[in-house]
Design a binder for this molecule. Structure first.
Ligand SMILES: [Ca+2]
Length: 415
């Protein structure tokens, strides 16, 4: 933390901005802005080692002549932390009756309470951020600090996080920069988080690095514009992808997907419809026998353990809840198309509807063209499977090859 004692968040410490620390700043130029990058559900494994809590410089020790960069990576909304704080939503006074349950989850008390816990954890993130902003204000740095608030994915729930559906990829984004960015506006442009790097380069005025290109587009224009709604119509699509999440399938395979999201539609291409999108149903013990059929971390492992996951698995045969279980873990077709404005829950796949054929083909082409332009190995090679070859440094689970999977799962989870 900027100063010890705020929250339990994992934070990275106050450091010299890697951007500006290495840059040759003209003496006469005004000091570039500081950056406070606040991201929820970022476990900061990488940063915790490099810029641990203990080593964090305090705000008082900041160098006067250089701006700082501070990465606040909050753990609270992560499934593991929610697990450690079950019931915190109700305890904090959340009214379960007022909770909005997304349409792809069963509306039951267990899920409502889990969502309340998630919301409570987001509140903790907000409280910590509020304390940081107060400290910046007290130090006279607030208006010369670009504050960027976002999340590294959507809610850590089944069919959300680790999927390319709307609830998995849509994240909050709020930016503050004193008088530089007119406040109190809502901008509807499609922004990709890769745009943040370009924005920081632009705002700090240090120029782009020559040694490697920067993907993404600066947001500075729309931030400074003072306008609301759609400010830069040329931002007409964002592109999304996933490969491996956890160790969740035979041979540690991932579940490759690419997608394009426009203002109206989400088009998804699943490369391997025969694989389990949320992970295989049952893992193997060291002796080759199956673990018991259960929700435990060994089943559908791309979904973090949680009350909602437990409910879905334990009610997978229940007439009323089976469809939610299948939405979370069932196999999916190669192509999916959703009308995001009318179906943000991504329940009604339009890919097979003749009246949407033109839209589907157009989006598929745009996606392919974009991936070719960006040199995605999945599309252009030379090794389309290269993502599967990367070592996993976390725990590896063992799953049977498809032909050895228990038959009951194939019956239960329709292809
Ligand atoms: Ca995360």
């Amino acid at each position: 933390m900027i100063k010890a004692g705020i929250g339990t968040a994992c934070v990275s410490g106050l450091i010299l901005s890697p951007l500006v620390a290495g840059a040759e700043l003209a003496d006469e130029r005004e000091r570039p802005p500081n950056i406070l990058y606040a991201i929820s559900d970022d476990q900061s494994w990488i940063h915790a080692g490099a810029y641990g809590f203990e080593e964090a410089r305090t705000l008082e020790e900041r160098p006067e002549e250089r701006p700082f960069f501070f990465w606040y990576g909050a753990r609270e909304p992560h499934p593991g932390t929610i697990r450690a704080n079950l019931g915190s939503g109700v305890a904090a006074g959340f009214d379960l009756e007022a909770i909005e349950v997304p349409p792809f989850l069963p509306d039951v008390p267990e899920v409502r309470s889990h969502i309340a816990d998630y919301l409570r954890m987001i509140e903790v993130f907000d409280e910590n951020l509020g304390a940081m902003l107060a400290m910046l204000e007290e130090a006279g740095e607030l208006d010369n600090t670009i504050v960027i608030v976002t999340s590294d994915h959507g809610m850590g729930f089944p069919r959300a996080k680790a999927n390319l559906y709307e609830y998995g990829v849509r994240v909050p984004l709020a930016v503050r920069w004193g008088a530089e960015v007119p406040a109190g506006r809502v901008v509807d442009d499609l922004i990709d988080l890769i745009d943040i790097t370009a924005t920081i380069y632009d705002a700090t005025g240090v120029g782009k690095p020559e040694e490697y290109p920067i993907s993404g587009r600066t947001m500075l224009g729309l931030l400074r514009s003072g306008k609301e709604g759609i400010v830069e119509p040329e931002r007409d699509a964002v592109y999304l992808g996933r490969e491996r999440h956890t160790s969740a399938r035979h041979d540690n395979l991932g579940y490759p997907i690419r997608a394009i999201r426009t203002q109206e539609y989400l088009y998804i291409h699943n490369f391997y419809p025969d694989r389990w999108p949320a992970g295989a149903p049952q893992a193997l013990r060291d002796d080759g026998s199956f673990y018991p059929r259960s929700h435990g971390g060994n089943a559908f492992a791309d979904i973090g353990d949680s009350p909602t996951k437990t409910f879905l698995v334990e009610n997978s045969d229940h007439e009323k809840y089976r469809e939610y279980f299948l939405l979370a873990v069932g196999r999916r077709p190669a192509e999916e198309l959703y009308d995001i404005r009318n179906d943000p829950g991504c329940l009604n796949n339009l890919a097979g509807h003749p009246e949407y054929a033109d839209i589907r083909l157009d989006l598929a082409k745009r996606l392919e063209t974009h991936l070719e332009e960006f040199g995605d190995p999945r599309i252009v090679g030379p090794d389309p499977e290269i993502f599967e070859t990367y070592l996993r440094y976390g725990g590896i689970r063992r799953y049977p090859p498809p032909e050895r999977e228990p038959e009951e799962w194939s019956r239960k989870i329709a292809p």
